[in-house]
Ligand binder design. Sequence first.
Ligand code: PLP
Length: 384
Amino acid sequence: MSQEMDVRVQQQRTLPCSIAVRAEIARMTAYAPGESLQAFSIRTGVPLKRIIKLNANESPYGPIPAALHAIRSHDWYNQYPDTRASLLKEAVSRYTCLDTDQIVLGHGSMEVINLLWHLFLSSGDALVCCPPTFSLYATITNLCGAQIRNVERTGNYEIDVKAIGAALTPETKFIVLCSPNNPTGNPIPESALLELLETGRLVILDEAYVEFSSRPTGYAALVARYDNLIILRTLSKWAGLAGLRVGYGLFPRWIVPYMQRAQQPFEVNVAGSLAAIATLTHLSEAQERVQRIVEERERLFHLLAGQPYLHPFPSEGNFILARLGDTRVRIEQVQHVMESYGILLRYFPRLDRMHDYIRVTVGLPEHTQRFADALALVRETVQV
Ligand SMILES: Cc1ncc(COP(=O)(O)O)c(C=O)c1O
């Protein structure tokens, strides 16, 4: 940098500035996703290859070979994606049995969530949410300057339909639910969903983990019947495409044109789109991996339940939530031992009443084995 330029940059930095960001953004805390492989490696010194990443509900199997092949054999990455994303929408339509004009794609379902919230919420509006649940809902509500009415779940983490009904006010723009719920793992019963749909309020149902559940087609069929139901899905979890960012929403037709107005051009990037189409075309291969994860989930549950200091909750997702049920064991000790084994779990230091919980993503059988070794060391260290 020339001396003259250097002086100008310094002057810019010291000039008083009266422009401020919006108050709600100044107040809010950013959403904290699970720590990445690279960040964990830098923080702990554990080499990348030794890390077992069980903190973000990613698939340990990754994309199916057909998806990788589709990405590698594409020749036109210099060109923008198909503006209508027709092939991917047709593939999602075959998969969900909903028409293409009821599908909105996104750069991960997080983008669809962000758009939807901005479509309906401004300052003074409210939504109803049932914690503990996916914390991004609250982050984006804050970003919109809207209010969150939290309706706590019952003892078994079931949603409380009556309390939700009582929390609705004229300002409530929608109810957001997650099924199976992250992080508790339990699905929402159909009767509860129908009761909430009958209130006439908009219900947004996040089915990011539905493929791992006992009802893998979820509640998509209800979107054709209810004008107030939106379902959110992703290929990040069951399809192993988290890094490629492909999500979608299933919408009543009246909302889709508004989403299109609010969205940037090009709903999904080319590589993500190719991988998603290939996965949906070779569905049985991807579903076979889901089945392996579901089987491994049972093994992981028994392992957790066998620890005298842990209380795991039954899960229909690709993760299991467990509470530390013994005051002699501190979460910091668990984290310390796990990290010494190169194992990354999800902890909840910022969530109310979740400080002594861990969430473990279901990995490969050898990941469960190493996790078992680490749990045994925790037991030995604290002698419970
Ligand atoms: C409940 C839930 N919804 C949505 C997402 C976001 O998924 P995507 O990778 O499609 O943005 C996640 C990711 O962890 C999630 O847990």
